[in-house]
Design a binder for this molecule. Structure first.
Ligand code: PMP
Length: 360
């Protein structure tokens, strides 16, 4: 068996050690005679698995008791509506920053529930930069300020946490969660779809400051009501048990790697190598303002789009998979999340150099 280097943006590669552990526990989890997939979510065994995952995540991300950690379903996209339903309260509007495809989706969904004030947008630049916060048109009376720290498709990442004054700051951390240390206390709510740095798809982790619970509109579906989910330990209904277990294994793996500080050093190095190579080679280009280049998603184009097919074919043949860029932007994209080993980035750079030499 040989594992490829999978550069998919999500579902993304998982640590091999985690998959092996899941494999070894698949038929019989620690003498219970059953797979975690088959356990009652109310069983002592599963409750212990769930509690351990939450505890490890709290430790890794530095989440204090002022915050509830929720393991919800429906992916990050369901949060685009869950957030306004829960947080708009009696406020007239919410503030949103538009930096790309995922911000836009969040904005479009929030507009169904209230008035949205787009405080800044980098659309004019083709979403190649982050608008300077000094020029944001924020409102001190907004229900919350929403932004997307890492735009997975554009490969655009904030290098700062916005100042939101007394307004709760809400962040879609789907593709940057746990990639580096984070001051959680700056946020009202953080959410992250699991399928990049956390585990299997479907699961979405929500970290919410407890004073923001209990503000949901009356018509909010029960399954989307943060207070209900928090009061029931994310087990109001049957949670995504296997995904939760796998996320727990990923958290344990992260702790063994030295936590998010150690990951940050490796991630910074992986990203720097790849961008340095792209910048140093006339055949490849990355369109993003260097200050705001994503550590996790690296889009790049070839000097001639007509060569894209050959590039991908050669990459596949070398076990470098899923490098095609998102259909909305074209070109290539290498997603290099926590679980992508540095050797994968080295192999990609080696192939890119070879291809440019032969075909450039
Ligand atoms: N936000 C961001 C930043 C994403 O990258 C994604 C998925 N690529 C989503 C939201 C949507 O996630 P999901 O498919 O889990 O709904």
């Amino acid at each position: 068996m040989s594992r490829a280097f999978n550069f998919c943006a999500g579902p993304a590669t998982l640590p091999e050690a985690v998959l092996k552990q899941a494999q070894s526990e698949m038929l019989d989890w620690r003498g219970t005679g059953m797979s975690v997939m088959e356990m009652s979510h109310r069983s002592d065994e599963f409750v212990a698995i769930a509690d351990k995952a939450e505890k490890d995540l709290r430790e890794l991300a530095g989440i204090s008791d002022d915050y509830a950690v929720l393991f919800m379903q429906g992916g990050a996209s369901s949060q685009f509506s869950t957030i306004p339903l829960n947080l708009l309260g009696d406020k007239a509007s919410a503030d949103y920053v538009n930096t790309g495809v995922w911000s836009k989706k969040a904005i479009a969904e929030a507009k169904r529930y209230g008035s949205v004030n787009v405080v800044a947008s980098s659309e004019d630049s083709g979403f190649s930069t982050i608008p300077d916060q000094a020029a944001w048109n924020t409102s001190a009376d907004a229900a919350y300020l929403h932004y997307t720290p890492n735009e997975t498709i554009g490969g655009l990442e904030y290098d700062f946490i916005p100042e939101s004054g007394g307004v709760p700051l809400v962040a879609d951390m789907s593709s940057t969660m746990l990639s580096r240390p984070l001051d959680v206390s700056r946020f009202g709510l953080i959410y992250a779809g699991a399928q990049k740095n956390i585990g299997p798809s479907g699961l979405v982790v929500v970290i919410i400051r407890k004073d923001l619970l209990g503000k949901a509109r009356k018509e909010t579906p029960t399954m989307m009501n943060y207070q209900v989910i928090a009061e029931n330990g994310s087990m109001y209904n049957t949670p995504a048990t296997y995904s939760w277990y796998l996320a727990g294994l990923v958290f344990e793996w992260l702790k063994e790697q030295g936590g998010v500080q150690a990951m940050a050093e490796i991630n910074a190095r992986k990203a720097r190598k790849l961008y340095d190579f792209i910048d140093g080679n006339d055949f490849y280009a990355n369109p993003i303002d260097p200050r705001f280049r994503s550590w996790m998603n690296v889009p790049f184009t070839l000097a001639d789009d007509a060569l894209n097919g050959d590039f991908l074919k050669g990459a596949d043949a070398r076990g470098l998979l899923n490098l095609q860029g998102h259909r909305s932007v074209g070109g290539m994209r290498a997603s290099i999340y926590n679980a992508m080993p540095e050797a994968g980035v080295d192999a990609l750079i080696g192939y890119m150099a070879e291809f440019a030499k032969e075909r450039g």
